[in-house]
Design a protein around this ligand. Structure first.
Ligand code: HMG
Length: 389
């Protein structure tokens, strides 16, 4: 029996900032953002999209009534959750009309939360092979206006449907992980913007990668030659490339070229969206699968997850026969094309508004035609979500 990813859904809000325009406004050479960092656009969530509504939107895209009936586990990985106690996954579970006989929870460990959810789901499905599990990574990345992290913001959610005998990626059972208490990135409870030791975070990301990659190699005997591609958590697209370059010398020249070509395909969506924290690794996977015409069923993909603080994990999976039938690349082309560009002044105004609490009684309207669910405001301190019928 195999366990793995049966379907992947993605949602990002319909507005973005052009990073060349942002660079010019900040009096920075645009090449620093587009080449040095490797980002072209960043998604901006309006007030009416939060991690709950984005997560529900990502999942609604992929779930059939049969999937819904089989789901008995729902996990939301997020580091920008909307409540200090209640799991946002419970609201998503209600919005999607999922069975009450499901276990529903939220996991936090920076960008690693969705991977923790995926690994939990894998073990759960090994024991319950007839069930399906929904794992969502949903986040809004905020560092602040005119900070060095500003160019690495973003917003979006990825939904993974996991099952036995999956249609897209069958996960290999082993996994290698490494954890250490470090202060590379964190967000105090009273802040909506993250604190970061940027340079330290980039070296930690790479050091942790080398540790888990080598451990996985020792555990499984798999070498770089065994992977068609390695997908990375992408806080920005240059970051994964730096990690890949650390291990490339272990491979033949031909394999080095191949891995770098596939890497370009996995970065295409991230370049348009920015960092979506918990969902970023899976957005890279979706981008690779939707855009790479060289991949074939049976090929092995490596996955590197990194959550600041920090926890890293390396694992892998094999592409399944006919996996392309379960993807929808045209939908995502259109999703990106239909987005609206914000002026820098509009983006700054929205950013400032988002740092303020929602006024009691303030009613928010949906602004995104591609959204099925949105956050409508707060009544009696309870968050209200609406579905567009
Ligand atoms: P910075 O100080 O603004 O940038 O911070 P820099 O001076 O290091 O320059 C960046 C790159 O641009 C450099 O290339 C420059 O050479 C190049 P590199 O040496 O890295 O290859 N550059 C240019 N290239 C072309 N033309 C030019 C030009 N000028 C410079 N004219 C930093 C960059 C990423 C640190 C900052 O944006 C930041 O702090 N971001 C947030 C933290 C982050 O994303 N860390 C990544 C690892 S941690 C992680 O992934 C976890 C995370 O997702 C959170 C979580 O787990 O929850 C963040």
């Amino acid at each position: 029996m195999t366990i793995g990813i049966d379907k992947i859904g993605f949602y990002t809000p319909n507005q973005y900032v052009d990073l060349v325009e942002l660079a010019l406004k900040r009096r920075i050479d645009p090449a620093k953002f587009t080449i040095g960092i490797g980002q072209d656009k960043m998604a901006v969530a309006p007030l009416s999209q939060d991690v709950v509504s984005m997560g529900a939107n990502a999942a609604a895209k992929i779930l059939t009534p049969e999937d819904k009936a089989a789901i008995d586990l729902v996990i939301l990985g997020t580091e920008s959750g909307v409540d200090n106690s209640k799991a946002g996954a419970l609201i998503i579970h209600r919005l999607l009309k999922l069975p009450n006989t499901a276990r529903v929870l939220e996991i936090k460990e920076a960008c690693y939360g969705a991977t923790a959810g995926l690994q939990y789901a894998k073990l759960h499905l090994l024991q319950n092979p007839k069930a399906k599990a929904l794992v969502i990574g949903s986040d809004i990345a905020r560092y602040g206006l005119e900070t060095s992290g500003e160019v690495t913001q973003g917003a979006g959610a990825v939904a993974l449907l996991l099952s036995a005998e999956p249609h897209i990626l069958a996960l290999d059972l082993p996994s290698s992980y490494y954890s250490e208490d470090i202060d590379d990135f964190w967000r105090p409870l009273d802040q909506l913007t993250a604190e970061v030791d940027g340079k330290y975070s980039t070296t930690a990301y790479i050091e942790f990668f080398e540790k888990v990659f080598k451990d996985y190699q020792a555990k499984t005997g798999l070498t770089l030659e065994d992977y068609a591609a390695i997908t990375y958590h992408l806080p920005y697209t240059k970051m994964g490339l730096k990690a890949l370059k650390q291990v490339l010398p272990m491979a033949s020249d031909e394999k080095q070229t191949e891995l770098q070509q596939h890497y370009q395909q996995e970065t295409l969506y991230s370049r348009q969206v920015g960092n979506i924290y918990t969902g970023s690794l899976y957005l890279a996977l979706l981008s690779l699968l939707n855009n790479d015409r060289v991949l074939k069923p049976g090929m092995r993909i490596g996955l590197y997850s990194y959550g600041s603080g920090a926890v890293a994990e390396f694992f892998s999976g094999k592409l399944q026969p006919n996996y392309t039938k379960y993807l929808d690349p045209i939908y995502y082309l259109e999703l990106f094309e239909k987005r609206q560009k914000l002026t820098i002044a509009d983006y700054e105004a929205q950013f400032k508004a988002q740092l303020e609490p929602i006024a009691p009684g303030q009613v928010l309207e949906n602004q995104d035609p591609s959204a099925q669910f949105y956050f409508a405001g707060v009544v009696d301190k309870k968050r209200q979500y609406k579905e567009i019928k």
